[in-house]
Every structure is written in structure tokens, then in C-alpha cells.
Design a protein around this ligand. Structure first.
Ligand code: KG4
Ligand code: ZN
Length: 350
């Protein structure tokens, strides 16, 4: 089955053609992130306007390898594409509507079914692309993005059970807010990761590891970390100790705190559900320290645990995993039945 997938939930406009959920024929991503840098964060109105101007060129480019380029776009979709997949939520309403309405229009004109996709659940399916190492079930899946930190039990590609999530900030949000506090602007987790490499404070934890207790077994909380960083920053600044070394040390420490919690909770879920496979996904799963720490802790357990993590470009937002999810877990509907849901729940049990 050949799916044209469309993603427009936030500041990326993406389109992709995916075959049978695992083979990528095209993957096009246009980002308006740079536009938002001067405002210090994503401005929904600006993001939606950029979605509008990017959506058709992005879809056109994604369809380049499909059919005879001298034929019209709609003709090629009618002839070669089986279904249109589109993110319906969660996300920014203005951005989501651009993708959803475009998908509806294409589906109406070509009489193809539309597959509504939950963006957060779809992130996990980046692990199904080109996998030379087939996924063994049950698996524990950790989705760590800018807006979500969620744990799932995956018993098959279709069967997902939500196990826990963040009660306040997501891990990515904590990276992003800390990056701003440390003066990295909109650089987010990548800026923290790079600065942390320059730290010399290895082995001296100064930040809390939130919610590691058994009571909050599989939930997360990262808002306290951001406050702790703010306090440390103010303390160092008033003592005249604010310099590149201090910034590197705080970057190192916040990255250690976030990754410690993520690894510990994921391994706890693995034990609770007698699983031996871990799937990582979402923008934060691109973090090299997170991947390294997972590998170290897995080694320490002495158990045969397999860790899957997508290639870095498939961790952050794209339409490839939208197409993969649609293949494995999608429910095709007609264009009249589809809508955007900015607050779409991620707490599935099916
Ligand atoms: O999945 P994603 O692209 O978008 C959402 O669906 O939210 O995730 C974006 C998040 C941002 O918070 C960004 O700072 C974080 O992923 N991120 C990273 C890294 N690369 C992206 N965090 C830590 N280390 C990285 N290397
Ligand atoms: Zn995402």
C-alpha cells in the first residue's frame, strides 16, 4: 500500500510517500523555525501562515518520484497512491487545519480514503522504517518530543497501551526552556547537548531527579528542573560566576537529570511488563547522551534488551512516520469524516 502522508501540526510542513509502512519513496520537510527565532518561541499565527505557503510545494516535491511528472499532480495521485494520511492532532489549530483541509481536498478530488493520524502515537513508528532488526514484542515505547513525554506498552504494531506521561512540562520543553535561560535562544536540546560536551563538572549532581519514587512509577515531571536551573543561574550571576564554564556545567547537569529520569522510568516499565525491547522516538530521542545512557544501563542489567532508535532526521517532525503509522494502525475514512483536534488525547488503550 502506497500512502501520501502529510504533517503540519506545528512549525514543520512535511510530506512523504511511504510503501507498506516501511519503505520511504520521498521525505520532504519545510520548517519555519528560523522565522520564530526572533520572537523567542513559536508564534502560532506565523506558523499557520507559513504552513499555508509551504504545503503545496512540499506535497508537489514529495510526489516527484511518483508516476509520470508530465501528468498532473491529481492524476498521479489517483493512479499511484492508495490513501492520504494526515496528522489531525495534537498540535496548533491553525497549523493542523492547513494539513487537514489540504488532505481532504486531495481526497475529495481523487476519491481516495483519508487516514487520520495522532501525531504523538505516530512518532513511535519511525522505528518501523527500513528496519534491518525486526521489532520483537512486547516493547516499551518512550516518546519524548517538545510537547510530550509518554510511555506505552506496544504488544503488536496495532496494540498500544498508554502507561504514563508527564504531569507538567515535557522533556523537550525542559530542554527548550533551559536553553533560553542559559542564553541559547531557540536552540533547544541540540544547544544543551553541544554545550554539555564542554563541561568539566562530571559526577557532581546539583539538580533533582524528579519523581523517581515508586508512587509516581511511570509518570514524569520536569517543571521543577527548569525552576532549579533558574535559581542556579541567578545565584551564579549575582556571585559574578556566570561564564562559559558555568553554562557548560549547567547544560551538562540538566541533560544528566533529564536522561537519568527517562532511562530509569523506561527500564521500570520494561520490568513491570516483562518486555525486552525498547523503542525511542520524538525529537529528544536524537540526544546522543540519552542513547549512550540507555546502552550503558542496558549493559549493566546483563539482560538481553534490544534498543531501537530512529536515525536522527526521523526523530524530529516529518511525514514518514505519519505514513508508517497510517499503514500499521490507520483507520481509513472518507474525507467528510475528518477534522482537526488540537487537544487530541494520547492516552490510548487498544
Ligand atoms: O518531535 P519534535 O521534533 O517536535 C514535537 O513533536 O514536539 O521534538 C522537538 C523537541 C524540542 O524540544 C527539541 O529541543 C528537542 O526535541 N530536541 C532535542 C535534540 N534534538 C531535538 N533534545 C535534546 N537533544 C537533542 N539532540
Ligand atoms: Zn513531533
Amino acid at each position: 500500500m502506497k500512502i501520501l502522508a502529510i504533517e503540519s501540526s506545528c512549525d514543520e510542513t512535511a510530506a512523504s510517500v511511504v510503501v507498506d509502512g516501511v519503505r520511504v519513496l520521498s521525505n520532504v520537510v519545510a520548517s519555519s523555525r528560523q522565522m520564530h527565532e526572533k520572537y523567542g518561541g513559536i508564534v502560532p499565527e506565523v506558523a499557520a501562515r507559513m504552513q499555508l505557503s509551504s504545503i503545496i510545494p512540499t506535497i508537489t516535491e514529495a510526489l516527484l518520484p511518483i508516476g509520470d511528472p508530465s501528468e498532473s499532480l491529481l492524476h498521479r495521485i489517483t493512479k499511484h497512491i492508495d490513501a492520504i494520511a494526515v496528522t489531525i492532532g495534537p498540535g496548533l489549530i491553525g497549523s493542523l487545519l492547513v494539513g487537514v483541509e489540504t488532505a481532504k481536498t486531495i481526497a475529495m478530488a481523487t476519491r481516495k480514503p483519508v487516514i487520520p493520524v495522532n501525531h504523538v502515537l505516530a512518532h513511535m513508528y519511525a522505528n518501523f522504517i527500513d528496519t534491518r532488526n525486526p521489532i520483537q514484542f512486547p516493547a516499551i515505547s518512550l516518546v519524548v518530543s517538545g510537547g510530550h513525554t509518554e510511555l506505552y506498552l506496544m504488544e503488536s504494531p496495532e496494540k498500544l497501551t498508554w502507561l504514563g506521561g508527564t504531569i507538567d512540562d515535557a522533556a523537550g520543553e525542559c530542554f527548550d526552556k533551559t536553553a533560553r535561560l542559559l542564553g541559547f535562544g531557540h536552540g533547544g536540546g541540540v544547544a544543551i547537548q553541544n554545550a554539555a560536551r564542554l563541561s568539566r563538572s562530571i559526577g557532581k549532581p546539583v539538580l533533582p531527579r524528579p519523581m523517581l519514587d515508586k508512587e509516581n512509577a511511570l509518570n514524569f515531571s520536569f517543571s521543577g528542573l527548569k525552576t532549579a536551573i533558574l535559581r542556579q543561574t541567578q545565584k551564579l550571576q549575582s556571585a559574578g560566576l556566570w561564564n562559559d564554564v558555568a553554562i557548560a556545567d549547567l547544560s551538562y547537569e540538566v541533560q544528566e537529570a533529564i536522561t537519568d529520569v527517562l532511562v530509569k522510568k523506561t527500564l521500570r516499565a520494561l520490568n513491570l511488563h516483562h518486555a525486552s525491547t525498547i523503542l525511542l522516538s520524538g525529537g529528544v530521542s536524537a540526544n546522543t547522551r540519552l542513547r549512550e545512557k540507555f546502552n550503558e544501563r542496558i549493559q549493566e542489567t546483563g539482560m538481553a534488551i534490544t534498543l531501537h532508535a530512529p536515525p536522527v532526521p526521523l526523530c524530529t517532525d516529518n511525514a514518514v512516520y505519519i505514513g508508517s503509522y497510517a499503514h500499521f494502525r490507520g483507520n481509513p475514512v472518507s474525507w467528510q469524516e475528518i477534522n482537526a483536534f488540537p487537544d487530541l488525547s494520547v492516552e490510548v488503550r487498544s
